[in-house]
Design a protein around this ligand. Structure first.
Ligand code: PAF
Length: 282
């Protein structure tokens, strides 16, 4: 596995591969890799000959009172896992490499409408930070395809829209959520849970599945389904930001003709803010 810390090294390596006719697939991460990331990597390997991963804890996507300083960083373990997974190039830029003119007046990429709903309502500026860094990483790596997890469904939707709006020549591949045996979606932030909180955390997936089953059974009173989901989580002691049924395509309110829905939630449990979602195809 090659390692790069500069944009020039990544471009030179990827361009040489592409000149040789090899397809390059990119997986952006913030490190602290776990089984969820490994599934993104497995998906990457199915779609190309070369696989590039980036590890960059992007300060632009963290709010002033969020966990940027304490976000778990495990660089040696990450490098070991990527090498074992057959990664060809690991890109670990410093903040100065990604934001050479500082972040204050840096050009930003925003997807209006999608970036300020759901999680965006509770984390102002977060998605602008995500789309900005992902746009930069895609320009740097120039991959044929890039993989994002369905666990961050709103992020995936925003990135698809950004790529389409900016005519970026990259295919976005969605990788399914990886769950523990009790249903909890894999996330770096699960590490913040104490043992008793960890035992309660699967309530999230249970509430989402219950909502999905009601929709699959023909129920269309979405407001009732949403308030029931919210109540179920609150009764387990979670502080819920939202529990919402939306169109999967654009996260708008469901319409009667819509056949692909997603139920999404975000809730706080102790120090962790957990997000999850379940898709429903009718
Ligand atoms: O999902 C993440 O880990 C991050 O939001 C991403 C896509 C790597 C951008 O920093």
């Amino acid at each position: 596995m090659r390692r790069a810390t500069t944009i020039a090294e990544v471009r030179a390596t990827v361009r040489a591969w592409r000149r040789a006719g090899e397809r390059v697939v990119f997986v952006p991460t913030m490190g602290n890799l776990h089984e969820g990331h490994m599934s993104l990597i497995a998906a990457a390997r199915e779609h190309g000959e070369r696989f590039v991963a980036s590890i960059f804890v992007n300060p632009m996507q963290f709010g002033p009172n969020e966990d940027f300083a304490h976000y778990p960083r495990t660089p040696q373990r990450d490098a070991h896992m990527l090498r074992a997974a057959g990664c060809d190039l690991m890109f670990t830029p410093e903040v100065e490499q990604m934001y050479p003119n500082g972040m204050g007046h840096a050009t930003r990429v925003e997807v209006p409408g999608l970036s300020d709903i759901l999680c965006g309502e509770f984390r102002p500026g977060h998605f602008q930070g995500v789309t900005t860094v992902v746009a930069k990483l895609l320009h740097i790596c120039e991959p044929d395809a890039a993989v994002f997890g369905e666990k961050d469904f709103q992020q995936l939707t925003l990135i698809r829209r950004m790529v389409s709006d900016l005519c970026m020549p990259v295919r976005i591949i969605a990788a399914p959520t990886v769950r523990a045996a009790d249903g909890l979606a894999m996330s770096s932030r699960n590490q913040y849970l104490t043992d008793p909180e960890r035992a309660r955390a699967p309530a999230l997936y249970r509430a989402l599945r219950a909502a999905a089953s009601r929709i699959e059974a023909g129920e269309r009173a979405y407001e009732g389904i949403e308030s029931e989901g919210l109540r179920a989580l609150e009764s387990e002691g979670l502080r819920v930001d939202y529990f919402a049924v939306r169109r999967a395509e654009d996260l708008g309110p469901p319409t009667p003709e819509c056949r692909h829905l997603v139920v999404l939630t975000a809730a706080h449990l102790g120090k962790a803010r957990l997000i999850d979602n379940v898709q429903v195809r009718l």
